[in-house]
Design a protein around this ligand. Structure first.
Ligand code: ZN
Length: 74
C-alpha cells in the first residue's frame, strides 16, 4: 500500500471526523503527509484541514468529507 492509500484509508475509516496527522507520523511514519493530502485533494477528495485542537502541538488535523445523497439512506 502506498502512503497515499494508507492516509486515504485512515481518513475513510474516520469519514466526516477530524484525524490528527500525528496518526500518520507516529503510527505510519509518513512524514510528507501534507503532500499526500494535497494529492488526494487533486484527485477530487474533499479534505478539510485545520490546526489540531486535541493535543498541545502544532500539527494539523484532517477530515474527509463524505456526502451521502438522501435517497441512499432509504
Ligand atoms: Zn494532534
Amino acid at each position: 500500500m502506498t502512503d497515499r492509500e494508507t492516509i486515504y484509508n485512515i481518513l475513510r475509516r474516520n469519514e466526516n471526523t477530524f484525524v490528527c496527522s500525528g496518526v500518520f507520523l507516529r503510527d505510519h511514519f509518513i512524514k510528507d503527509y501534507a503532500q499526500r493530502i494535497s494529492e488526494l485533494r487533486a484527485k477530487g477528495h474533499k479534505i478539510d484541514g485545520m490546526k489540531c485542537n486535541e493535543h498541545n502541538h502544532k500539527l494539523f488535523m484532517y477530515k474527509l468529507n463524505v456526502e451521502y445523497l438522501a435517497e441512499s439512506l432509504f
